[in-house]
Design a protein around this ligand. Structure first.
Ligand code: HEM
Length: 255
């Protein structure tokens, strides 16, 4: 059904390949990577690859943080090892900075592709679909991804100011990671915020992993059960590990 609006819908080739109707390439002509990224498929691929990098980090970070249950020496030695990792082949903190740069690039690409895809979908969406049930369920997942993504991004900024720079920490001691975590979570509003943010992160990871399989074409009735099971299990393990830390401190299991 048409609503009679004059909104411009990009022609099919512009939406899928990034070229204009007559094959003109507006920017960076001949640069296949830029051309690919201009298409919806390219943006989805960038979201999937950067998502895998971020998922890998979040999983390994959670596993590393389990050292909290091994006492102050275990946790602080592990943090020290992370700083020295790769030395003497690379300068101290060199490997850590390599990982940090990779994470920053992945984070920036993930957010850029998400915003660009949202704008692209909004421009391409025919008004008449608004009444269809499919549309409602698709945007429910997409909307959840958007606000959970924004809150997780804000959480990461707070988290870096809390445990990495100590800017918003009540008693930050450089190098005493165990102390910083325990004192940090003894403030129950902070602990509750971590729990809430990690539950949202779980939702984001679940939908994200599910859509990632879709982007790489693993979308058939044969795979969908496995896909859902994997996405749930992966998100569940990360959430359980991460929420256990503030809960362990609040209940005195870790002190
Ligand atoms: C309750 C769960 C979490 C705890 C207890 C925790 C703990 C920590 C601690 C103690 C540090 C500082 C490490 C050091 O200075 O050696 C840190 C750094 C960091 N955390 Fe977490 N974290 C949690 C969840 C998360 C989540 C969910 C994310 C991402 C979504 C995340 C991302 C980071 C990043 C990017 C850094 C900076 C790493 C670096 O550059 O050195 N953390 N975390």
């Amino acid at each position: 059904m048409s609503t009679g609006t004059t909104e411009r819908r990009p022609p099919t080739d512009e939406r899928t390949t990034g070229t204009t109707p007559r094959g003109r390439r507006p920017l960076l002509q001949g640069n296949w990577a830029a051309d690919f990224y201009r298409s919806a498929i390219g943006k989805k691929a960038v979201m999937a690859i950067s998502g895998v990098v971020l998922l890998g980090y979040v999983f390994l970070h959670m596993v590393g943080n389990l050292k909290l249950y091994f006492g102050p020496e275990g946790m602080d030695e592990y943090a020290e090892w992370l700083r020295a990792f790769g030395a003497p082949a690379v300068p101290e903190m060199g490997a850590l900075w390599g990982v940090r740069v990779l994470l920053i690039v992945a984070f920036a690409l993930h957010i850029h592709a998400a915003v660009a895809l949202t704008l692209m979908n909004r421009r391409a969406r025919p008004q008449g679909y608004r009444a269809s049930r499919d549309y409602v369920s698709v945007t429910y997942a997409a909307r959840t991804m958007r606000w959970s993504g924004v809150i997780v991004a804000l959480f990461v900024i707070y988290h870096l100011l809390h445990f990495t720079t100590g800017t918003v920490h009540p008693d930050f001691v450089e190098g005493s990671v165990y102390h910083n975590v325990v004192v940090g979570f003894q403030q129950w509003p902070v602990a509750l915020f971590y729990i809430a943010a990690n539950l949202l992160l779980g939702l984001h990871i679940y939908h994200g992993a599910w859509s990632m399989f879709q982007s790489v074409g693993w979308n058939s009735p044969r795979f969908n059960g496995w896909r859902r099971g994997f996405s749930r299990a992966f998100a569940g393990v990360i959430v359980l590990g991460n929420v256990s830390f503030p809960i362990a401190v609040m209940t005195g299991v870790v002190s």
